[in-house]
Every structure is written in C-alpha cells, then in structure tokens.
Design a protein around this ligand. Structure first.
Ligand SMILES: Nc1ncnc2c1ncn2[C@@H]1O[C@H](COP(=O)(O)OP(=O)(O)OP(=O)(O)O)[C@@H](O)[C@H]1O
Length: 512
C-alpha cells in the first residue's frame, strides 16, 4: 500500500476498568505468528486438525482465530456457557484435538476429557497454571515470531460452528476458507460500511457466529476491531463506552437496542459513532425509529444464518423500509419459494431460499458434517431453504414473518409473531414481548403474547392493560392478529446470543 498504514490500531480491547490492549496491524501479525507457532509446535496441530475455542471476550480469542487461519487448523468456536454435557458432545462428535479455554471452564473439560479420546492438548488462558494444561500466555511469550502461512485451498475447511440445537442435537455447520474468508469482505464494505478510518464494535459473544462476521469483515477492509470485555452486557456500559471511545461503527442484536432506547439517549454524546447495525433476530420498527430520533443515526438491519454469510440487508445508502430486513445481498440470489423450491411471485408468503443450483455460492456452508440427510433435507429444487418464512415486495425488499415453526395458524389465518410483537412494541407499556401459539378448543390455536412491562406500567391494573394492549394491536395491524391471550412476565427466555426462544414458551403452552 505504498508505505501507507491505517492510523487506527488493528485491535483495541478494553475491560472497562482501565486495562487496554492495542495492536497495530504489524503487532497483530507478529503476535499471530507466535500463536501459530504455539499451535503447530507445543500443541502439535497439523492443517485440518480441529481446535475448540471457548473463551470470553479476551484478546486471545482473536489471536487464536488468526493463528488457526495461518496454520490451517479448523476452529470450532463455542460459548462459555457450555455445560459438561455440551462440551462432551461437541468434543466427541467433532473429534477436536485441542481446546483452549479459561479457568472457569477447565474443570468441566477435565471432568469429561477421559471420554474424549481425540482430545490431545488443553490450553489455558490464565496467569496461573493447572495440571494437565499448557499455559498459552507462557508459550506465547517464548514462541518464535517467524511463521509461514500454510497454503490452503478455497474449499478447505476453515471453521465448524455448532447450531444452537433448538430441534434436536446441535448440528455441525462446516465453512470453507472462501466462504467466510471472502464472503464477508463485500458485506464489510457495503453493509458495515467499513474503511481504514473505522473502529468497529460488535458486542456479540465470541462463541456465536456473529463474532466471525466481524473478524472477517473488519480486517479485510483495514478497519479496527474494538472489543469490550463486557462481563455483564448492560445499556449503561455500552452507552458510556460509546461516549468514551472513538467507536465509529456499532453492531448489537435487537435485544440490546431494545434496552438502549429505554435510556434517555440525548444525555449521551457519542464521540465518533456514525454507522449502526443489527441482526440475528427481527428489529421492531419502533426500536429503529426511537434510536434514529434520539441519536440521528440510522439502524441498518441484516439477516443471515450460521450456514451463510449476509443473506439480506439494508446496505449503506439504500432506502430503508421500516420493518423490512432489506434486499438480497450479492452474490446470493434470494427468493421466496414454496415447499418444492418453486419461486413465488412478489407479495406471497413462503420460505426464504438461497439459490444453490446450478452454482453453489462460494460463500456458503459446505454441509452439515456427518449429517448428509440433514444437508440434503435443507435443499428443495435449486434452493437451500433457510427455515424462515417471509414475503418479498415488488421492489425486492424482504419482510420477515418468523421461523417456520413459530408461525401461528389460527382459524386458518397464518400469523407471523414478529408483526404482532412489533405492534405491541409501539405501546409505551411494552418493554419487549414474545408471541407464540397457544391451544384453543375452538380455533385450534390462538395468539398468545408474553409481555415484559416497562417499569412505569408495572403497577397498572393487569386486566385493563390486557384490554388496552389487545385494542392497540387491533388498531396497529389486521384485527385477527391480536393476542387473545396475554401474560405479563418479568423476562423472556433467550439464547446466550440474546435471541428470544419462542419455542420454549410454545412448548410450555402445549405442555410438551
Ligand atoms: N434480521 C433478522 N430478522 C429476523 N430473523 C433473523 C434476522 N437475522 C437472523 N435471524 C434469525 O436467526 C436465524 C439464524 O440464526 P443462527 O444461525 O445464529 O442460529 P439459530 O437459528 O439461532 O440456531 P438453530 O439453527 O440451532 O436453531 C435465522 O434463520 C433467522 O431465523
């Protein structure tokens, strides 16, 4: 680049109590070469070997990720909330040869390692030592800075992600070097709008696929990855961090934006924030509007899965239709299709499909490992089916209705939970809600809303509030969609990535 270097660091980590780690691109290169030598040396890992990576938001997570790319070692990220049973299942089925984690999870790994014959080395990120474990920090200090990257092919495996397993055992999603390696470069530019002057903060957990979205989009565009350790994710810590640090680009799941807009945002003056993103579940239009009116900043929603890169998005500069997850993101050909994979006309509800024939996109998962039946079942005709239901309008904008299992069939009306939740979100009493089907002797099933109330409404008369919310939904959307049943709850069940688990509430309703 003609001697030109980005002004920002490549990586900037803070822990909220004053500790900071900053690496320039040169330092990142050096540190990752050392880390690669730890993997290939002390750990004895060869290209194609698999390594589980279960770390909180510590700098080592990013270092090991790059070291895996350098060495051709396949990374398998996991969330730190994994139990012994989860760890055992993942280590056994993936046949991972190595695991890296911290003191809090190490005893759980020890408890099951005897049942995981493939596991050969255990690496600890800690200032203390533990029998049976190698200390990563010590090894890193002593490692050589010279390393030549292993040459990988575009179809070689880069990473394996476990799905969250809502419908059975978690599945292993295999991604190739080209899939993430190239797939996020374009979305980093066109959706995340990254340049060398940007400092990108994505608050996601490292075990979730969205951390890879940042990893592969930021550095390829010369941007800085900003990380807050965030032992507890809260609105105030996020807003204060944006005030204190020159973060230009912020990505949080909608759940977090729902929390942020509860605060008086006009009291905060963000240093450099200019571009905001969300995804992972549906963004309620009301949240986007509140965020925009208080900060002056647009919220760009994107939609994708562990199996894909960005499928749909509100790209930089695109006109946004509130409530829509945007248009198909190139190079994907995204269509609404029926159960046979036939393309449906604009306006009709169907499955969100990504064309995989005649050519499978280069930025797409290879398969569900060891599960050819599941891989085959995910395709119909020329399309991969995402398992989500949506409509596309005549301008090519996609409108998410819900996951196939979450759609409610009441007296032969099909109702997507998101529309009802978005209508509820527009009432000041509603902090957030989850809408699911509930059994009904006459209609078969009806709409039930679980509502978390805003503090100001918590002592209101519940019966009167239920009627008010029902009338409100009837006014905001087609009246047949209103929740015939409403329950007030103190919180909603969520995944570690912050997504509402409607299936849990639905099972509870149906006594499953
Ligand atoms: N912008 C969005 N709007 C609505 N839903 C979204 C959006 N982005 C992602 N999603 C939902 O998240 C899903 C992808 O999530 P992910 O791949 O992280 O795993 P999961 O579906 O939560 O796990 P599992 O497949 O094990 O149940 C999508 O299929 C969709 O249902």
């Amino acid at each position: 680049m003609d001697g030109h270097r980005p002004l920002n660091p490549a990586f900037w980590w803070v822990d909220g109590t004053g500790a900071e780690v900053k690496w320039s691109f040169e330092e990142l290169g050096e540190q990752s070469r050392k880390a690669a030598n730890v993997l290939g040396g002390a750990c004895g890992l060869q290209p194609g070997d698999r390594m589980m990576l279960v770390l909180p938001r510590l700098p080592e997570w990013w270092l090991i990720s790059v070291a895996c790319m350098r060495t051709g070692v396949v990374m398998i990220p996991g969330v730190t909330q994994l139990t012994e049973k989860d760890l055992k299942y993942r280590l056994q089925i993936s046949r991972a040869k190595s695991i890296i984690t911290t003191n809090s999870l190490a005893p759980h790994v020890d408890a099951i390692s005897a049942d995981c014959p493939s596991l050969q080395t255990k690496l600890l990120v800690s200032d203390s030592s533990r029998p049976g474990w190698m200390n990563f920090k010590e090894l890193l200090r002593e490692a050589s800075t010279g390393h030549n990257c292993v040459r990988t092919k575009s179809r070689d495996t880069l990473a394996i992600y476990f799905t969250s397993g809502t419908t059975g055992n978690p599945k292993m999603v295999e991604h190739s070097q080209s899939s993430y390696g190239l797939g996020f470069v374009a979305s980093g530019r066109r959706w995340v709008a990254l340049t060398e002057s940007d400092i990108f903060w994505n608050t996601t957990d490292t075990g979730w696929v969205k951390a890879a979205w940042t990893l592969f989009s930021a550095w390829a565009n010369g941007a800085c990855i900003f990380v807050h350790e965030l032992p507890q994710v809260g609105a105030k810590v996020i807003l204060n961090t944006l005030t204190k640090f020159p973060v230009t680009t912020l990505c949080c799941v909608p759940t977090i934006f729902r929390l942020l807009v509860q605060e008086d945002l006009t009291r905060y003056s963000f240093q450099s924030l200019r571009h905001c993103l969300t995804g992972g579940e549906a963004l309620n239009p009301d949240v986007r509007e509140k965020w925009k009116s208080q900060t002056g900043l647009e919220l760009h929603e994107g939609y994708g899965q562990s199996e894909t890169v960005l499928i749909c998005a509100n790209l930089r500069g695109m006109m946004i239709k509130s409530g829509s997850m945007g248009k198909a993101s190139p190079p994907y050909d995204v269509q609404i299709v029926d159960d046979e994979g036939k393309v449906l006309p604009p306006g009709e509800e169907g499955s969100v499909g990504v064309r995989v024939r005649p050519t499978r996109p280069f930025c797409f998962f290879n398969c569900y490992l060891e599960n050819p039946e599941k891989t085959a079942a995910s395709e119909r005709g020329d399309f991969y089916l995402t398992g989500d239901r949506a409509r596309m309008d005549k301008d090519g904008y996609f409108w998410f209705m819900g996951r196939s299992d979450d759609i409610i069939n009441s007296s032969s009306y099909r109702i997507g939970p998101v529309e009802v939740e978005s209508a509820l979100a527009e009432h000041p009493a509603v902090l957030e809600s989850a809408v699911v089907s509930s059994p009904d002797p006459i209609r078969g099933e009806v709409v039930k809303a679980f509502v978390v109330l805003s503090p100001a409404y918590s002592s209101h008369d519940p019966e009167a509030l239920i009627r008010e919310l029902q009338d409100h939904v009837k006014r905001m959307t087609a009246p047949y969609k209103y929740p015939r049943k409403v329950a007030f709850v103190s919180e909603l069940p969520k995944t570690v990535s912050g997504k509402i688990q409607r299936s849990k509430l639905r099972n509870q309703e149906w006594g499953r």
